[in-house]
Ligand binder design. Structure first.
Ligand code: UD1
Ligand code: MG
Length: 454
């Protein structure tokens, strides 16, 4: 079935099958995260950035969680199940329907190779658009053991030989197969259907596509990338190496974008962290997913931030925790040992010391005293606290939600506020102070006398 609408587009076939036993995990390998996003997510994102219009994802049997992640990130992607693990070519052919629908270029990617950049994917596809029937991605391996080797004759890629099938002299070749491959969409099935399993592993090798295309008189070409970029992740050590490489990229991009990272190595970013211009990040700051920091804001040392929007010129930390739904207005301050969750902190408002503000709206220019706690949970439901503009909450107050403190109100320190407070009023909700003149002196004298009498 040829579809004219699809014919000129590129199709990505993403191989995501396999549990990844070396990860020693209950979770499928490709769902492990790098910079707060699954490895599969990174590959799908690079695919979409390289202007590949259609995506087919090949998953293993019983990998509903992998399909769900693919659908979440690429809702239009088609899902295909590889019931039996019979090799990389067999895996690609599990997406036969998607290939049959017609594509100018078919690009094959591995979901466990999360560092591949869009430019590299584009380069492979472009090699096919420029006339190659097959373009394979290679790299110079520090240790080629285990990889397929590129056999090059007179500058042309003529075959890829799997390690287990290679001769001694072929094993000395260090130009290795990364696994990514682009095929001419109009010939992809003709080539793939000719691949057999007469090899050392009795597998259908995608790599045989090169020799088969040559035998059909079609041009094949090698495209290269760095070893770092095409690193496959199959255990937790490689996962940590991929994380380190991704962090370096993200930090460099943040600094190029105009943020100052005083000690870049100690700042952990997420794939989607957005830092404005003249943002300063002090050492030991962790960004989980979903954070934006507007221009000129300062994140002081040792803060933990996720799902938060930080306004222009705001100050956060040191030792602050911003949880999902924290929105900090322009010029606001959240200081040490404060936790903010699902709360809007108005422009210029201050929450400077030892507070928990959750499920709350804090008006502009309010001052939230040290140790203020919004009591937002009764063990069953969450309730909101509303604090108007310019309010002053005395230190060590508990605001028992649902409760509203109107603008300009004062709350006496140490209050437990359970009822709404009117604008510009003072609410005190604590035991009244009793002072007893000379009591301490009398008490001491009496006790001393008792002790001496013993
Ligand atoms: C493959 C390449 C090899 C290359 C190496 C790079 C082949 C025959 N060999 O070898 O040349 O140097 O990758 O890492 O292509 N997969 C499936 N179904 C299968 C088999 C594999 O989906 O039946 C997927 C895996 O989940 C993985 C990828 O394909 O994402 C590569 O599979 P893997 O077993 O790691 O291939 P290698 O033998 O390492
Ligand atoms: Mg492998």
């Amino acid at each position: 079935m040829m579809d004219a609408a699809h014919g000129s587009e590129a199709l990505a076939v993403v191989l995501a099958a396999g549990q990844g036993t070396r990860m020693r995990s209950a979770k499928p390998k490709v769902l492990h995260e790098v910079a707060g996003r699954s490895m599969l997510g990174h590959v799908l994102s690079s695919v979409s950035e390289s202007a590949i219009g259609r995506v087919a994802v090949v998953v293993g049997p019983d990998q509903e969680s992998v399909s769900a992640e693919a659908r979440r990130l690429s809702p239009a992607a088609s899902m295909h199940v590889q019931a039996e693990r019979l090799g990389t070519a067999h895996a690609v052919l599990c997406a036969r329907q998607a290939i049959e629908a017609g594509a100018a270029v078919v690009v094959v990617l591995y979901a466990d190779t999360p560092l591949v950049r869009p430019e590299t994917i584009k380069g492979l596809a472009d090699a096919v658009r420029a006339g190659a029937a097959v373009a394979a991605l290679g790299f110079q391996a520090a240790d080629p053991t285990g990889y397929g080797r590129f056999l090059v004759e007179n500058g042309a890629l003529v075959a890829i030989r799997e390690h287990k099938d290679a001769t001694e002299s072929e094993r000395r070749i260090t130009l290795c197969n990364a696994g990514l491959m682009a095929l001419d969409g109009s010939r992809a099935l003709a080539i793939l259907d000719r691949i057999g399993d007469a090899n050392a592993q009795r597998e259908f090798y995608l790599t045989d596509a090169v020799e088969i295309a040559r035998a059909m008189g079609l041009p094949t070409v090698a495209v290269t990338a760095t070893e770092e970029e095409v690193m496959g992740v199959d255990d937790r050590l490689k996962l940590s190496r991929a994380e380190a490489i991704m962090q370096r990229r993200l930090r460099e991009a943040a600094m190029r974008g105009g943020a100052t990272l005083i000690d870049p190595q100690s700042v952990h970013l997420s794939h989607d962290t957005v830092l404005g211009r003249d943002v300063t990040i002090e050492p030991n700051v962790f960004f989980g997913p979903g954070v934006t920091v507007a221009d000129g804001a300062v994140i002081h040392a040792s803060s933990h931030i996720e799902g938060a929007a930080i306004g222009e010129g705001a100050h956060v930390g040191p030792f602050a925790r911003l949880r999902p739904g924290a929105k900090l207005g322009e010029g606001s301050k959240v200081g040490n040992f404060c936790e903010i969750k699902a709360a809007n902190i108005g422009a210029g408002a201050k929450v400077n010391h030892l507070s928990y503000i959750g499920d709350a709206d804090v008006g502009a220019e309010s001052n939230i005293g040290a140790g203020t706690i919004t009591c937002n949970y009764d063990g069953f439901f969450k309730y909101r606290t509303s604090i108007g503009a310019g309010a002053f909450i005395g230190s060590n107050s508990s605001l028992v939600a649902p409760v509203k403190i109107a603008s300009g109100a004062y709350i006496g320190s140490g209050s437990v506020i359970t009822e709404d407070v009117e604008a510009d009023s003072l609410a005190i909700a604590r035991g009244r102070q009793v002072s007893k003149h000379g009591w301490a002196k009398r008490f001491r004298n009496e006790m001393k006398a008792r002790k001496q009498a013993k």
